[in-house]
Design a protein around this ligand. Structure first.
Ligand code: MSP
Length: 511
């Protein structure tokens, strides 16, 4: 069985989960679930980035130990995963021993081989960004707001020889067009690599930062955040043991566009190259959720608590909205109005009404089970043709990571089923005494249910609970593989129809 390893970025422990974090987990989960349904053995990793100055400062402010703050954050982020129905197989925390031990062994190895060296550093430093700056980072002669206070410092630090791998990296990116998705982002990386890259400062003296992993060869320093955080992708899957070979190379690191250059597209490949580990197969780079054109983040104060939306409308509605609305790679604007409009039109109306029609009319006109389908005329064959097209195309689109388009097609198909229902109008035929009318009515009701069953099959990676609930309400049970399940026809004839249930209730109007 093919193994498929996928990761999210690990979120900073210093801050509450917001829509951006929730989106990344859902996107990764949709892909993980899709691959599982396609028969791959998936390993899905997410986690928490716990070290660094901000955590140390926040903990100090609250008079607690950094680890206590991290424990709270781990609860919050793990809670988020559960509430969003995210099917991660593992959750790594960078304070765990399994991680620290790998970071230390890599550092020691690189140091022993002269890839890490000690040097005097003089220059500008931003505590807010935890980053050294250069003159070229100034905008119109001043430090941009995001860096906060910038001070000049001079200190000894350890450096990793990034520079010597620059040509190799350029060549790797050029010769592996699938390394960065969407492809246009690779241009951005190559643009960055046109200038010579500096070696990477990988340490902080403990007087400035205690909350980190000590360098194994110099206890006076801890390692810089990125060198610590990126290693999670290999420490979590047993780097250094036989286990590792089963998982690596990773299929996708799913990340936001803000952490592509330089961390994931420059530091990480070079770190792996230096320790002799194969390159990741792909970086899946998504865009940002914006509110009023601004990146949603803690510092702008414009944050949406995803859990409120999940509380109000359920995890599947949230998962549907973010997957349907975001073209992977682009930015997308969030607003409650857009959320409600998708919820009402697609979920409550198109999908909800169809289910409602099936669950109400079938028992009323046909009894407890779905009747046989004996008619096959234009309306039936047309619907079948739309289905054939939809099924093939949606799976292709999912393979191409075009989930928003896949969902669009799946919902177009749902609308076709509703049109078919209007065309056949079983509620009118029910009034007829004619035997043929009855056959058409029975065919129409079962076919609507069959088509609905297939449509929700296509939604399974995105809305797993909805698929399971609809299957249950249609009395459908099957152990078959995903594509065989959704391809099956006549699967419902004779199965028992469930109680009328509203899956996506319309929100109560507030007075
Ligand atoms: N800790 C680092 C990542 C280390 S990975 C080895 C970090 N953390 S973060 O909490 O700031 O961001 C985590 C992920 O959430 C990133 O991939 C980031 O792009 C994503 N998002 C944060 N805000 C976002 C939006 N407003 N919209 C979409 N995703 C964004 O960076």
């Amino acid at each position: 069985m093919k193994s498929f390893y996928i990761t999210t970025a690990i979120d900073y422990a210093n801050g509450d989960p917001h829509l951006g974090h929730a989106y990344e987990k859902v996107l990764t989960d949709v892909l993980a679930r899709f691959r599982r349904l396609m028969g791959d053995r998936v390993h899905f990793l997410t986690g928490l980035d716990e070290h660094g100055q901000k955590v140390q400062q926040s903990a100090r402010k609250r008079g607690i130990e950094p680890i206590e703050l991290c424990n709270e954050a781990a609860d919050a982020f793990q809670g988020l995963c559960r509430r969003l129905n995210v099917s991660n197989d593992d959750f790594i925390r960078t304070t765990e021993e399994r991680h620290k031990q790998v970071v230390r062994s890599i550092l020691q190895d690189l140091f022993d081989r002269g890839e890490i060296y000690l040097s005097e550093y003089k220059g500008y430093y931003s505590a807010r960004a935890e980053q050294f700056l250069q003159e070229k980072d100034k905008v119109d002669g001043a430090w941009p707001e995001i860096y906060g206070e910038v001070v000049e410092i001079s200190e000894s630090n350890y450096f990793f020889r990034l520079g010597k791998y620059q040509d190799w990296l350029i060549e790797h990116i050029k010769s592996h067009p699938d390394f960065i998705f969407p492809r246009f982002r690779a241009k951005q990386v190559l643009e960055f690599l046109k200038e010579p890259i500096n070696d990477l400062c990988i340490s902080r003296p403990k007087e400035r930062l205690e909350w980190g992993i000590s360098l194994p060869f110099d206890e006076n320093y801890v390692t810089y955040v990125w060198f610590d955080a990126l290693v999670n992708y290999i420490s979590a899957v047993g780097y250094g043991t036989a286990e590792f070979e089963k998982r690596w190379p990773v299929d996708y690191h799913v990340i936001g566009k803000d952490i592509l250059v330089p961390p994931h597209a420059v530091y990480w490949p070079i770190m792996l190259k230096a320790i002799g580990v194969e390159m990741p197969k792909g970086l899946l780079v998504h865009g940002w959720w914006l509110t009023s054109g601004q990146k949603m983040s803690k510092s702008t104060g414009e944050v949406v608590d995803p859990l409120n939306l999940v509380d109000q409308f359920g995890a599947d509605a949230f998962r549907y909205f973010v997957t349907r609305e975001m073209n992977v790679g682009q930015d997308s604007e969030f607003s409650v109005e857009l959320y409600m409009s998708r919820y009402n039109s697609d979920l409550a109306n198109d999908l909800g009404n169809l289910l409602n029609r099936v669950l109400t009319m079938t028992p009323r006109y046909c009894g407890e089970t779905f009747p046989p389908m004996s008619i096959s005329e234009d309306p039936e064959t047309e619907l079948e043709a739309v289905w054939q097209d939809t099924e093939t195309r949606v799976v292709e689109l999912y393979e191409e990571l075009q989930f928003h388009k896949g969902l669009e097609l799946a919902f177009n198909f749902i609308r076709s089923i509703n049109r078919y229902a209007e065309q056949r109008s079983p509620w009118k035929l029910a009034k007829s005494e004619d035997a043929r009318d009855r056959e058409i009515m029975e065919t129409a009701l079962t076919l609507m249910a069959e088509a609905l069953r297939r449509a929700v099959g296509l939604l399974e990676p995105v809305m797993p609970d909805t698929t399971a609930r609809v299957y249950e309400l249609l009395g459908y049970k099957s152990e078959a593989a995903w594509r065989d399940r959704i391809k099956a026809s006549q699967a419902l004839v004779g199965s028992k129809i469930g109680e009328k249930t509203i899956l996506f209730p319309r929100p109560q109007k507030e007075d």
